[in-house]
Design a binder for this molecule. Structure first.
Ligand code: LLP
Length: 431
């Protein structure tokens, strides 16, 4: 397993900022989500410093669907980041933690009237409209509430991103946004510009997630800027803001070769500056909205190994005390992970195991074919790279309680999400 900067080996054991996983497991129980705050803050600083321009205001938004708890939102609240939200629930958590609503961008392809009312009443800064019906609903709501929200339109630039089909969002028949190839789109954009109740400023797009190809981002940004220019020509109204979305790929296993964000971002900004000058755009503001690449590497999940079983066909199963209920990604996207037995980190890896969870589902396998040292019941298995889309996609399938989460910040650690109890899982149920 590739170790993170906060992990090292002490006396034959893997530790996190000097904290023994054994002690963390004893104190907080397993499965346990562990989140490293210091590395997250470092990444926030690096993204903010590198996504910077002298020509326009820049804003990095945290795609909070990737990881959202009150404690995470509190870190966002005191950072320069804004928050990408996709539901009233995400707005609620952000507000509860002190995120400024004017730094929230509200996405989603089927925001309800109630959600739009909630967003406007709470002064959410930008509504990213997905489609024509939403635009007219939002106009009516804004008129009723006597508001004039700032609005972007999600467009679909039709740029292909090489990633898993389920997390690809800008193909021509995607459910998200309006296509730039739609003949009638400029009529719609003119209506947005001329709306009395909307302050329409520009466009948003997001081409997909876990994308490794730098070129896709350059191509999509160019397509958006060219579209902005065409829109200006066709409608005679100016475009002042573009949100380029997120989707930057991260390392899970050796198969993944992410590009270095600290190198990519300044080049990306320079290219936007250059192209916007060439195209005669006069943008005031540009945004990006990474989720996974901000949090994934700061998160890991600690499991206790239970039974081990060899099948007649020769497969060696290693069972852990969680699984698809805390990490659905292998079952949903064939996602791959690396793992280590923390108390045997220096022992030779000799056995090819299949790490399976405890859910009643054959597909509940966290890692197929991973070579590890000989394991015994009670050993601790740590899976790295679980910061994004694990906690936020967790479920209570089989009435498995969702794990606790702790944050580690150098010498200190604290509980940020309590382990669910059986009562928690029944609290909304009536006779
Ligand atoms: N902006 C928009 C509009 C998005 O839809 C997304 C992700 C992001 C930003 C952030 O993308 P990121 O930087 O995290 O790649 N559950 C899937 C990922 C779904 C992503 C959905 N949208 C997974 O576990 O891989």
């Amino acid at each position: 397993m590739k170790l993170e900067t906060y992990q090292n080996i002490v006396n034959g054991e893997l530790v996190h900022s000097g904290h023994s996983y054994q002690e963390l497991a004893n104190q907080y129980g397993t499965p346990l989500y562990i989140f490293d705050e210091a590395s997250f803050r470092k990444r926030i600083e690096s993204y903010t410093a590198n996504f910077h321009s002298d020509l326009f205001e820049t804003q990095v938004l945290f795609a909070s669907k990737s990881l959202l708890t009150k404690a995470i939102a509190k870190i966002i609240a005191i950072s320069p980041l804004g928050q990408d939200v996709v539901s009233a629930g995400e707005i609620f958590v952000g507000l509860a933690a002190g995120v400024k609503p004017d730094k929230m961008y509200f996405h989603g392809n089927n925001k309800s009237d109630e959600e739009l009312v909630y967003a406007l009443q709470n002064e959410v800064g930008t509504i990213v409209i997905d489609n024509r019906m939403e635009a007219s609903r939002l106009e009516q709501i804004a008129e009723k509430l006597n508001k004039r929200p700032k609005v972007l339109l999600r467009i679909n630039p039709g740029v292909e991103a090489h990633t898993h089909q389920y997390i690809q969002t800008a193909s021509l028949d995607s459910k998200f946004g309006e296509s730039i190839f739609d003949e009638q789109i400029f009529e719609f954009i003119t209506q947005l510009h001329e709306s009395q109740f909307l302050n329409f400023v520009g466009f948003h797009s997001h081409i997909g997630s876990q994308v490794f190809d730098r070129e896709s981002f350059f191509k999509a940004s160019l397509a958006m800027m060219e579209f902005a220019q065409t829109s200006q020509e066709k409608t005679k109204y100016r475009i002042t803001e573009i949100n380029f979305g997120g989707g930057f790929g991260v390392y899970y296993t050796k198969e993944d070769q992410p590009f270095e964000m600290a190198e990519f971002l300044p080049e990306f900004v320079q290219n936007i500056e250059k192209e916007s000058v060439r195209l005669g755009l006069k943008l005031n503001k540009i945004c990006i909205e990474p989720g996974r690449s901000l949090v994934n590497a700061s998160g890991s999940t600690l499991y206790r190994i239970g039974d081990l079983k060899d099948t007649v066909s020769g497969k060696h199963y290693l069972f852990v005390d969680g699984g698809m209920s805390d990490n659905i990604r292998p079952a949903l996207y064939q996602a791959q992970y690396e793992a280590a037995i923390t108390n045997k980190i220096t022992e030779p890896a000799t056995i090819e195991y299949t790490v399976a969870g405890k859910a009643c589902e054959s597909g509940d396998k966290l890692i197929e074919n991973i070579t590890l040292p000989q394991a015994i019941t009670g050993d601790l298995l740590l899976v790295n790279g679980t910061g994004a889309y694990n906690y936020t996609m967790a479920s209570n399938y089989n009435r498995l309680a969702r794990p606790a989460m702790i944050h580690i910040d150098g010498a200190h650690h604290r509980l940020t999400v309590k382990r669910e109890t059986f009562e928690d899982m029944m609290k909304n149920e009536l006779d």
